[in-house]
Design a protein around this ligand. Sequence first.
Ligand code: SF4
Ligand code: SF4
Length: 215
Amino acid sequence: MIITQKKPIEEVMTMVADAKTVAIVGCGSCATACQTGGEPQIQELTKILEQAGKKVVATTVADYCCMNLGVKSKMKAINAAEPDCVICMSCGDGVQCVAKNANNKPVYPSNDTMYLGEAVRFGVWEEACRFCGQCVLGKTGAICPITQCAKSLVNGPCGGQKNGKCEVNPENDCAWIKIYERLQATNQLEKLMETREDKGYAKYAYPRTISLRGK
Ligand code: SF4
Ligand code: SF4
């Protein structure tokens, strides 16, 4: 899931400073799970905005703020309320999708988008993938060296680990020791003998689009 964190409320209030009326769009998926964009957070933000003298004229929760068709439908009621601006409580992708459907009203993010991660237990999310576009998990025991190694090394450890901990951030386990142990446990240690191509980030041309519909 996409992990988000609430922005400091002062930053949000600065963005909406000129607005008298505000609409809020929450996200029923990742942001709800991260407690940054579900119904309780909408109510909390509504209260803060109203205490600051603003009128919240409409709220809604899209199933997924990053899915254009569903957002388009939810935005009908938001647009009908004619707010001065919209606050979107999702990831940055959702904010951009909502903005495309907001009748040219300003759309502001209430969250900072952090990373693609795993909910390891309630209230704890760990970074898992950096969308590198050339997944190497098949060769690394399904442990991501791009994300879990502080130097994103793809061909083994830097040699700086101490007692199994990363030299860059000693709170983290060394990713390459974890990879070694996983490959050993799954009888795949021979994969460590393969050399992986360095990641050629320079060749990526952003923004990328994937279409199953042909050109
Ligand atoms: S190698 Fe890591 S960053 Fe790249 S796609 Fe796979 S999990 Fe994501
Ligand atoms: S100690 Fe391990 S995880 Fe840390 S940078 Fe070196 S190889 Fe990567």
